[in-house]
Design a binder for this molecule. Structure first.
Ligand SMILES: NC(=O)C1=CN([C@@H]2O[C@H](COP(=O)(O)OP(=O)(O)OC[C@H]3O[C@@H](n4cnc5c(N)ncnc54)[C@H](OP(=O)(O)O)[C@@H]3O)[C@@H](O)[C@H]2O)C=CC1
Ligand SMILES: CC(=O)N[C@@H](CCC(=O)OP(=O)(O)O)C(=O)O
Length: 346
């Protein structure tokens, strides 16, 4: 068994890692690190874990981790992992960062979009972007994984095959994103207050969302050409789930059935991407609690647009699930370990 620690113990990402790792046959959780509630049981913060997972949370201690731990998951806000990962870089510990700290390869871009100082260059350069289905070969040899953002996961899995196969023009690609409130984490804010979210839909961070440069960087890398997308996010009144509806101008006449077949070939051998049949489009509920990314496709002859609908659970494929999938790949295990649960429905 590999021994894991989770940083950011009282957050949603951490508690989702706890849930998923309970059924992982090759990883056991040895430490939960909490900077605000060390000394308390995680079940005090999350009573649903009472009697089933009552681990006492601890303070960060790099030397202890080096002696006792094989894998560290960082589920803290941007700004934390970039300071802590360098303390472990002289050890064989595998690090997976769920935040955006290591996703943008340019320090200037990170500082511009996140408003804080970037990670040390050596850490940035060692990190491999963990969009498992697209960068699997690099992930196999990685020691530090930069786990993708929730929106980039759905947006990129939906768009990369169309770009790689030159089906759509690189500009404009329009990505309309909608997310449940758990995407903002457990911390309270005016935006996620019940009265603000209930029976309401809100466009937010318009034109300055931190996932804009991430989507552009990795779509450009996968497509081997510079790509600038138009990406807008909306908060919708549900807890989990995220959907991106993507529009791109078709380069040639292609019908829906042909494109579905091309997508299915692209994702052959990747168990977590499910391409829907013609005329069927995924809903967030159909992936709820699972590591699936479901994609529906329509080639619109009237407007010459390719319309792609890509749905995930933001906390699973968009965070904790993909982090575990990446650890599975890094260790040469079946990538589905710990992730085999069906979606919860209804
Ligand atoms: N929620 C989602 O759907 C997704 C989240 N992410 C990313 O994953 C990370 C975790 O998100 P999530 O769990 O939702 O967020 P939460 O706000 O729910 O939890 C983050 C946790 O990080 C810890 N933390 C907060 N501030 C600091 C600090 N200054 N230093 C150290 N630790 C701190 C806290 O735990 P403690 O006090 O116990 O240490 C806090 O509970 C974030 O970077 C987020 O952007 C990525 C994809 C999707
Ligand atoms: C509802 C909500 O606020 N969602 C967050 C999702 C953040 C996320 O996925 O994490 P990173 O910040 O690590 O990229 C947002 O849109 O910023």
């Amino acid at each position: 068994m590999k021994k894991a620690a989770i940083v950011g113990g009282t957050g949603y990402g951490a508690v989702e890692l706890v849930r998923l790792l309970q059924s992982h046959p090759k990883i056991e959780i040895r430490k939960i690190i909490s900077h605000s509630q060390y000394g308390n049981s995680i079940a005090e913060a999350y009573p649903h874990l009472s009697h089933v997972f009552e681990v006492t949370m601890e303070e960060w201690n790099a030397e202890e981790l080096k002696n006792e731990i094989d894998i560290v998951f960082f589920a803290a806000p941007a700004g934390v992992a970039k300071e802590l990962i360098p303390e472990l870089q002289d050890s064989p510990i595998q690090c997976v960062d769920l935040s955006g700290d290591l996703r943008l390869k340019s320090a200037e871009d990170y500082e511009a979009w996140y408003g804080i100082k970037a990670a040390p260059n050596a850490t940035l350069q060692q990190a491999v972007y963990g969009l498992t289905e697209v960068f699997k070969e690099d992930i196999k040899h990685a020691k530090i994984i930069s786990n993708p953002g929730c929106f980039p996961t759905a947006a990129l899995l939906g768009t990369v095959p169309a770009i790689v196969h030159n089906l759509i023009q690189p500009y404009p690609i329009i990505i309309d994103g909608k997310t449940g409130v758990s995407g903002a984490g457990r911390k309270q804010s005016a935006m996620t207050h019940f009265s603000e979210t209930n029976e309401n839909v809100t466009a937010y961070k318009v034109g300055h969302h931190q996932h804009i440069p991430e989507i552009d960087q990795y779509l450009s890398q996968a497509g081997n050409q510079p790509i600038t997308t138009v990406f807008t996010t909306h908060l919708v009144p549900m807890t989990r789930g995220l959907v991106c509806t993507i529009y791109g101008s078709l380069n040639r006449n292609a019908d829906t059935a042909e494109i579905i077949s091309l997508y299915r070939n692209f994702y052959e051998g990747h168990p977590f991407v499910r391409i829907r049949d013609e005329g069927h489009f995924p809903t967030t509920k159909e992936v709820y609690g699972s590591n699936f990314c479901d994609i529906g496709i329509h080639a619109d002859a009237r407007t010459n647009q390719l319309i792609i609908v890509s749905a995930i659970d933001n906390l699973v494929k968009g965070a904790a699930g993909q982090a575990i999938q990446n650890v599975n790949v890094m260790n040469g295990w079946d990538e589905s370990l710990g992730l085999e649960d069906f979606p919860v429905y209804p």
